[in-house]
Design a protein around this ligand. Structure first.
Ligand code: AP5
Ligand code: MG
Ligand code: ZN
Length: 216
């Protein structure tokens, strides 16, 4: 089979970014993530798309969805230049899921399952490398030296949407918009629910086994 097309679904803080990094490295595929793409372009002018705000920043800091037209364009562009990929953070509503069907076919759909209290603990304690984007956690995944990235020595910072208020809103937005997307995929070939409450390594073992079931 050619390079795999993998979708990773799950609520904010489920470990999509953490696991996608390992998937991308192990399978030699691109990590396509709308969250990182938008964070790198927070102040791009989207006013010509008839949106409520002129840049993605306002939506993201509140934990609301950035308008579909903006994210659809990002994903279409990224997938057109990728051979295999792990797609993280998209689709987040049923309209985006429909768009994706016109862009590509999916071999594996991983659905990370984690309860709300655990998600809040993970997100409010997350730290991210300002240089290379590697994820850490003040309790669950500490760097060797506090505040410094093990991979590149960069400074670790807190994401602007990891405040308690924004986290609560992100979880509500997920329940309303993205849970129906998971229900939509649960009878799709390649759908694999994954217990996301294990250690990062335990989650990875289950993901790797699940991918191997569908990809030669
Ligand atoms: P995005 O960046 O996608 O954020 P998210 O979905 O809220 O997910 P996160 O990145 O917060 O969590 P994750 O699942 O990647 O978990 P992680 O591995 O970091 O989107 C941000 C914003 O962009 C959205 O709110 C929206 O505004 C906009 N946006 C993006 N896509 C969009 C779209 N398609 N449409 C519209 N708007 C869009 O792990 C979390 C923490 O837990 C880390 O500290 C990590 O170290 C720790 N951890 C990970 N795994 C474990 C484990 N097994 N045990 C213990 N701790 C763990
Ligand atoms: Mg992420
Ligand atoms: Zn780094």
């Amino acid at each position: 089979m050619s390079a795999p097309h993998i979708l990773i679904l799950g609520p904010p803080g489920a470990g999509k970014g953490t696991q996608s990094a390992t998937i991308a490295e192990t399978y030699g595929v691109a990590h396509v993530t709308t969250g990182d793409a938008l964070r790198a372009n927070k102040d791009m002018d989207i006013s010509d798309m008839d949106t409520e705000y002129d840049t993605p920043r306002e939506y993201m800091e509140a934990g609301d969805l950035v308008p579909d037209a903006v994210v659809n364009a990002i994903v279409e562009e990224a997938l057109s230049s990728a051979d295999g990929y792990v797609l993280d953070g998209y689709p987040r509503n049923l309209d985006q899921a429909e768009e994706l069907e016109d862009m590509t076919t999916l071999d594996v759909i991983l659905s990370l399952e984690v309860g709300r209290d655990e998600l809040i603990d993970r997100l409010t304690g997350r730290r991210v490398c300002s240089e290379c984007g590697t994820n850490y956690h003040v309790e669950f995944n500490q760097p060797e030296e506090s505040g410094v990235c093990d991979e590149c020595g960069g400074e670790l910072i807190q994401r602007e949407d990891d405040t308690r208020e924004s986290v609560e809103n992100r979880l509500d937005v997920f329940a309303e918009n993205t849970e129906p997307v998971i229900a939509h995929y649960d009878d799709h070939p390649g759908f694999e629910p994954i217990d996301g409450e294990q250690s990062p390594d335990g989650v990875w073992q289950d993901i790797n086994t699940a991918i191997k079931r569908h990809v030669e």
